[in-house]
Design a protein around this ligand. Structure first.
Ligand code: 5RP
Length: 221
């Protein structure tokens, strides 16, 4: 089974996981990326069973709306029962690196607003120690040099994701060569650098459940 099929199975497993809880009042939070796109497509089949979605990116909003699913502004909802999103890396404590698609800030906001964060990945995303995947950091454009120098001071090797602007009008620095043995500490330290909007470590707020699709089926972390 190839990676694309594993992503599809993870997406289907997420729908199976949340479907029993859907009611006409349920708001579903939706992330961003190729795995989440497959979840959006699966969610469309049950759109009559829930109220609406809150989305973490312009791209996901457009995909949801193309399926006829209502997308609400986060400030217009009181409660998000569940948030479903992919990840670039996952460890055994359900801590993540996210932001490969550049949507990390809105993803973190919607995840923080939800009662439960269900992360969906294929087996290739599971690691012992976070950091093999370059850590995305969203930065206010004028602070690019200042933040890059601070990241070098933390042992990283930042690379400007050229030609990319986030939905919030900012830039991304992808930080290589970080061995993230204490994810919550590093998440807080990077967020404390002036000019950083947020970084792609999800440790202070890890996923509640990770559905990992591999060769032998879907398992839970
Ligand atoms: C986007 C993300 C994605 O969830 C992450 O990049 C995984 O993407 P994919 O499902 O395409 O592998 O964090 O900002």
């Amino acid at each position: 089974m190839d990676q694309a099929e594993q992503k599809r199975r993870a997406a289907d497993a997420a729908l199976e996981y949340i479907e029993p809880r859907l009611t006409p009042n349920t708001i579903v939070g939706v992330g961003t990326g190729s795995t989440t796109n497959l979840f959006i497509d699966a969610l469309a089949a049950v759109r009559h069973k829930f109220d609406a979605c809150v989305s973490s990116s312009v791209a996901s909003t457009e995909r949801l709306q193309a399926h006829g699913i209502t997308v609400l502004d986060l400030n217009a909802v009181d409660r998000i029962e569940v948030y479903v999103d992919g990840a670039d890396e996952v460890n055994a404590d359900r801590q993540l690196i996210k932001g490969g698609g550049g949507a990390l800030t809105r993803e973190k906001i919607v995840a923080a607003s939800a009662d439960e964060f269900v992360c969906i990945v294929d087996e290739s995303k599971v690691v012992d120690v976070l950091g093999r995947y370059p850590l995305p950091v969203e930065v206010i454009p004028m602070a690019r040099g200042l933040v890059a120098r601070a990241l070098v001071g933390l042992g990283g090797s930042p690379e400007w994701r050229q030609g990319f602007t986030t939905d919030n009008g900012n830039i991304i620095l992808d930080v290589h060569e970080l061995k993230i043995t204490h994810p919550a500490d590093l998440e807080a330290r990077i967020n404390n650098i002036v000019g950083v909007v947020t970084n792609g470590i999800f440790a202070a707020q890890a996923a509640h459940v990770v559905l990992v699709a591999g060769q032998s089926g879907v398992r839970r972390i």
